[in-house]
Design a binder for this molecule. Structure first.
Ligand code: BDP
Length: 654
């Protein structure tokens, strides 16, 4: 077992007394997607019940019906006289229903007991790949790009079907195949042909293809002198480009754009607004697709608190975007940290369609080598009450995740990172699913449905993200990772060109205290939230140093001072990782040797690195505060200078 089969292993169900599913029968027209649904189900059932359909069996009906109006992809599963029926009014609904039945059976549920009535919460559930045409994946920790750009379109690797199938199994229906730091080349005919080959492969699995577009493409590859969105020649160029794309890919999803952010070109280069830029592309796409315009912006010339800049810039544009524009907002106001408050734009742009951007790849959470199950992080943001129009989940209409896939055999660089891909898809389908259920579903299908295994592994997964917060960024700290690669601790870095690239910008630690004052006495970023929410955030000690600069002797609600509590948090994180190692060691009887060993190795790396994070951070806080560690905490293994001298030129993903 090398992990290639993901959660789609369909390990045989032991209980012979189970009523066995019989033949799969298609009712309705046979479309390519319906045939896939039938074949998927037949194959999956044969794997789950290898004894074959002998004895008492129940036929499975895949029924495509007309009306009632349901969201594309919705389905029901129920027992009827003729058998168990999966019913939907769309082909993709049947496909999702087929996967759902296998998921339920894969967890050991009895066929007769399975009743589902599901509809996806959002129309668009998409992966954003940060893959470059040279095969390098920005922030990718699972090898090279899974897209074999070089051999496309002549050869479409069989893996592309497996990839589409895995996505369909969790309801993902959109894929942006290239990096937001886009090369204009991707819009040239040569690359459109490659994209078309991928789109044709994805289509029967209910997946539409999107491209990241470089805003300056009319200049870069179009021979124009400008990319000004109000210039008629520029508008005509984009319209012709969109037409060219649609003639190759009739269901092309649209463009994703990173503009005027981290050096990318954009409408502001011509004195135009983000709305001018987005609307120009939206006009070119028309009603055939969407333009997803990212709100991840901050500028060197701007000395406003980086956490405030996206709101300052985008909120006033509410109501100014065309109806086929979606503004995509990262979960938090800075950048995919282990813990951030939700982004204040959620709920604050009621006249604009918003997308929530999550990062599945663990750029700031230890890459693929640290086990951190992200469903609790995703759940925390989805459930956050914006104080304006419901929770974050209520205020968005699209969910996007930065993919963690690559060409590694196990797809995601580590076995447990498969769970984050899975969790993303499941939550984009139903943002109300509890993390615990997702962990259990995934672990049962991926490793073992034995209750003894699940009772140990699920709590381990659920505690893992908080462990990372504890040993990397406790109590609201953020962005203290190593320069460039973002691996490992570097809270001391203070010499990078732009102030907001330096960890010291974020923690502001000195002899007297630590933390970023975002209250009215500081940057007042808090005021970007609804007043009741601002109050709640200010009272949340998990975010203390995000919102407040406090003295080292600041008293916490548990009676300890900050200086006493900090080492406790780091120690707690280190201890949790050690426990994860012990738990996993005890699970050897339930997991094949190959995968068990690989996970155990990574947990050992994680244990060493959690300790490294703790030691380096405490050595540094001690040096800036001029305080010795409180009694009862082990001294760091090395002096501060040793940690500061570490370099990792080989770190992947940069
Ligand atoms: C940051 C990454 C950078 C991305 C950027 C983005 O470090 O590689 O290009 O976000 O989202 O997290 O555009």
């Amino acid at each position: 077992e090398d992990g290639y089969r993901l959660w789609l292993r369909n390990a045989p169900v032991a209980d012979a007394a189970q009523q066995r599913p019989g033949q799969v029968v298609l009712v309705g027209i046979e479309s390519p997607t319906m045939i896939l649904a039938r074949d998927e189900l037949s194959r999956g059932l044969a794997e789950l019940f290898p004894g074959g359909a002998t004895g008492r069996t129940t036929p499975i009906l895949l029924r495509r019906v007309i009306g009632p109006q349901m969201r594309e992809g919705a389905f029901t599963i129920a027992s009827m006289d003729q058998g168990v029926a999966i019913t939907a009014n769309s082909d993709t609904g049947l496909l999702y229903g087929a996967f759902a039945l296998l998921r339920e059976l894969g967890q050991g549920k009895a066929l007769a007991s399975i009743r589902l009535d599901e509809a996806p919460a959002y129309d668009l559930r998409m992966l954003n790949h940060w893959d470059n045409p040279d095969g390098h994946v920005e922030r990718g920790y699972a090898g090279r790009s899974i897209f074999d750009w070089w051999h496309l379109p002549g050869h479409v690797d069989a893996r592309m079907t497996d990839y589409a199938r895995a996505n369909a199994s969790i309801g993902i229906n959109g894929v942006v195949i290239n990096n937001v730091n886009a090369r204009a080349t991707m819009l040239e005919p040569r690359y459109i042909a490659k994209a078309k080959a991928l789109a044709d492969t994805f289509r029967p699995w209910g997946i539409r293809l999107y491209l990241s577009a470089r805003f300056s493409a009319p200049r870069d590859i179009g021979g124009l002198k400008t990319a000004d969105p109000l210039d008629p020649a520029v508008r005509a160029w984009w319209k012709a480009k969109a037409d060219e794309l649609y003639s190759a890919i009739p269901d092309f999803g649209g463009f994703l754009v990173k503009a005027n952010s981290e050096g990318q070109p954009g409408p502001q280069d011509y004195g135009r607004s983000h709305a001018n830029g987005a609307n120009m592309l939206a006009e070119a796409i028309g009603n055939r697709g969407v333009v997803i315009w990212r709100a991840f912006v901050y500028a060197a010339e701007n000395d406003e608190d980086r956490a405030k800049q996206a709101f300052t810039e985008f909120q006033p544009l509410d109501g100014k975007f065309a109806s086929n524009v979606v503004v995509q907002v990262k979960n938090g106001p800075i950048d995919f940290q282990p813990r951030e408050p939700f982004h204040p734009l959620f709920g604050a742009m009621p006249k604009t369609r918003l997308s929530l951007e999550l990062q599945i790849t663990k750029e700031y959470l230890g890459f693929a080598s640290h086990l951190a199950f992200l469903a609790p992080l995703f759940e925390e943001v989805l459930d956050a009450d914006t104080g304006r129009s419901g929770t974050v989940a209520d205020t968005v209409s699209v969910i996007a995740g930065v993919a963690n896939t690559g060409s590694d055999r196990n797809w995601t660089g580590s076995h447990f990172d498969q769970a984050n891909w899975y969790a993303f898809g499941r939550l984009a389908w139903n943002p109300k699913l509890p993390s615990k259920q997702i962990a259990s579903e995934w672990a049962a299908q991926t490793f073992s449905r034995d209750p003894a295994f699940l009772n140990a592994v699920v709590p381990m997964m659920l505690a893992s993200r908080d462990a990372v917060v504890d040993y990397m960024t406790p109590l609201g700290l953020a962005h203290v990772m190593g320069t460039g690669h973002h691996y490992g601790p570097a809270p001391w870095v203070a010499d990078l060109d732009r102030p907001e690239w330096n960890p010291v910008y974020y923690h502001r630690a000195d002899r007297d205290g630590i933390g970023f004052d975002r209250t009215a006495t500081g940057s007042d970023a808090l005021a970007q939230y609804a007043p009741a929410v601002a109050k709640r955030l200010l009272a949340d000690e998990a975010l203390l140093l995000w919102f407040c600069h406090v003295p080292w002797d600041h008293r916490l609600t548990n009676g300890s001072t900050l200086w006493e509590e900090l080492p406790r948090r780091y120690d707690r994180g280190v201890a949790t990782v050690a426990r994860m190692g012990t738990t996993w060691a005890g699970l050897a009887p339930y997991v094949d040797q190959q995968r068990h060993r690989a996970v155990a190795d990574f947990l050992t790396i994680q244990a060493d690195e959690a300790r490294w994070w703790r030691d380096a951070s405490l050595a540094y806080w001690s040096s800036v505060s001029g305080r010795a560690l409180p009694a009862g905490h082990e001294a760091p293994a090395h002096p501060l200078a040793w940690y500061q001298a570490q370099r990792f030129p080989e770190a992947p993903g940069q």
